[in-house]
Ligand binder design. Sequence first.
Ligand SMILES: NC(=O)c1ccc[n+]([C@@H]2O[C@H](COP(=O)([O-])OP(=O)(O)OC[C@H]3O[C@@H](n4cnc5c(N)ncnc54)[C@H](OP(=O)(O)O)[C@@H]3O)[C@@H](O)[C@H]2O)c1
Length: 310
Amino acid sequence: MSLVSILKRSGPNGFGYGSTAAQVTEGLDLSGRTILLTGCNSGIGLESFRVLAARGAHIVAVARTAKKASDAGLEVGARGRFTPVACELANPASVHAAVEQIHRDGRTLDVLLLNAGIMALPELRTAHGYELQFFTNHVGHAMLSEGLLDLLSDDARVVVLSSTAHTRAPEGGIDFDNLDGSRGYDPWTFYGQSKLANLLYARELAERFQGTGRTANAVHPGVIRTNLTRHLKPMLARIFGLLGPIALKSVPQGAATQCYVAAHPGMTENGAYWADCNPAESTPEGQDMELAHKLRERTEEIIRQVSPSA
Ligand SMILES: NC(=O)c1ccc[n+]([C@@H]2O[C@H](COP(=O)([O-])OP(=O)(O)OC[C@H]3O[C@@H](n4cnc5c(N)ncnc54)[C@H](OP(=O)(O)O)[C@@H]3O)[C@@H](O)[C@H]2O)c1
């Protein structure tokens, strides 16, 4: 299949691989909507910030530091339409402080766009005794999201960044006996595990949302050259760089699926996995609700264990 036909291919809703965030939100008026976005200062998060703010949404812009969030807001021209929030996802005290700040701010939240992430750390690193990608990508986000559920509007959407890399999770999905990586570490297996955890978190939250107007969905954005490659070996990063302009999605294309799921009125799914702006198939582990429930129980235990008040 040629690159041109891939770019033109669209799914049932008329959008597809080549659609951009601006295209999937064209004509939408998001004024009056408040969207919380993690990882707002880089890559597809920064592009989502730019496009969703341009459509009129107020963005609760979350980055590791308030300065990064403020600088991002100025860069995308969202002056006056965003609230910068510092949240270091690998630091429970910081997540806790962010939750408190957002509560003090008092806004109802219409969207949680849980976008921040790290990928393929070459050496094992841990936070609070857990492998860092699992902790940052999944536990930190779950802690933030669970702390904000009481602020959600009746038709709120929770959008969690997963990845096709969830296919690289260990056999059985989540290796609960090796969450610290001490029984063996591989950068891609642990990245895959964290992205499977993101997917299962969305599925399990969707189950809790059944019968309400709220939804939770997971997204694979495509493969896009961003700062996410910062931990790759120089040779692999170089290949990514060379492939970028010809074989990967652009950043505006990469931000499209999450912007569609976060904002488009045609999005009515709850508990789906999305790719190229349309519902897609995940692995069987990604649909395993028993595993999702087990992950929730374990995540709650971890959150209790690492909470600043514990
Ligand atoms: N790019 C791809 O091909 C691809 C494919 C599949 C899925 N994804 C997913 O898409 C999401 C966005 O990735 P991207 O490509 O836009 O990457 P990116 O440019 O590296 O952006 C990642 C964002 O996450 C933030 N972040 C990382 N660690 C954090 C922490 N401990 N606390 C708070 N924020 C943290 C980063 O902040 P700093 O800038 O301060 O580090 C940055 O804002 C990720 O969840 C990724 O897994 C991306």
